[in-house]
Design a protein around this ligand. Structure first.
Ligand code: SAM
Length: 217
């Protein structure tokens, strides 16, 4: 990721503040930690991987060279400018890039498509309306294999600080998101804090509930 890519990200981050949710791509340390669980302990079986919210591709660039024959790698990214960049950068490799919202992906993909073993998410959930956060998690559960998992990150302290300093609808939004996160606690497999990111971030690895339809968020 060079400086001019960083400026491209900054431009989108300012223009599409809610959906991009950052002004600079994630640090190499954060991207490496997001990528690390994906191929850890893999068996000989091919893996189906979905990356959501890839931005300019700092996590994809770590994961794509590690794919083996038979693995499948989809990127679902909402932003057309990021998608154009990803196509120019990774086109021709094993990755398929889909320009749409993750919420529309299960329908677009079709009911009979095989579930994913891993989902890697760069979505800025703290920026989203609480209902959207709920729908994103439900979509992840729907797309995952029963013993699959998803990797995501959040910025440390930001949600807790917002829940304290905001008022009215914004406070209710943030508190509801914290409540949803609390409900997800039993699904958590690991977490690690990355202090060498601005702002510092927490990477979480979470599994899927046994019966996603019954899971109350
Ligand atoms: C914080 S950026 C992360 C970019 C990159 N993964 C990184 O770490 O630098 C969030 C990304 O999520 C994308 N995004 C936001 N809402 C989305 C949605 N509903 N479906 C798919 N992608 C979405 C944005 O366009 C943006 O690229």
């Amino acid at each position: 990721m060079n400086f001019s890519d960083g400026l491209k990200f900054l431009q989108e981050g300012i223009r599409e503040n809610t959906t991009v949710g950052a002004i600079w791509p994630s640090s190499p340390a954060l991207c490496a930690r997001m990528a690390e669980p994906v191929f850890r302990d893999r068996s000989d079986a091919p893996l189906r991987i979905l990356e959501v919210g890839a931005g300019l591709g700092p996590v994809s660039e770590i994961l794509l060279p590690q794919l083996r024959a038979g693995d499948a790698y989809d990127i679902v990214e909402l932003n057309p400018n990021f998608c154009a960049h990803l196509r120019a950068r990774f086109g021709g490799s094993a990755v398929e890039i889909h320009e749409l919202s993750i919420l529309d992906w299960p329908t677009q993909r079709g009911a009979h498509a095989a579930p994913y073993d891993r989902i890697v998410s760069g979505l800025p959930l703290a920026n989203f309306p609480a209902d959207l956060v709920e729908q994103v998690y439900r979509t992840f559960f729907r797309l995952l294999e029963p013993d699959g998992f998803f990797v995501m990150f959040e910025y440390l302290v930001i949600r807790q600080a917002l829940a304290t300093v905001t008022v009215g609808a914004e406070r209710r939004r943030v508190r509801r998101i914290l409540e949803i996160e609390e409900h997800l606690r039993p699904l958590q497999r690991e977490q690690i804090d990355i202090l060498t990111n601005v702002p510092p971030a927490r990477v979480r690895v979470r599994g899927r509930p046994a019966e996603p339809g019954d899971f109350v968020l």
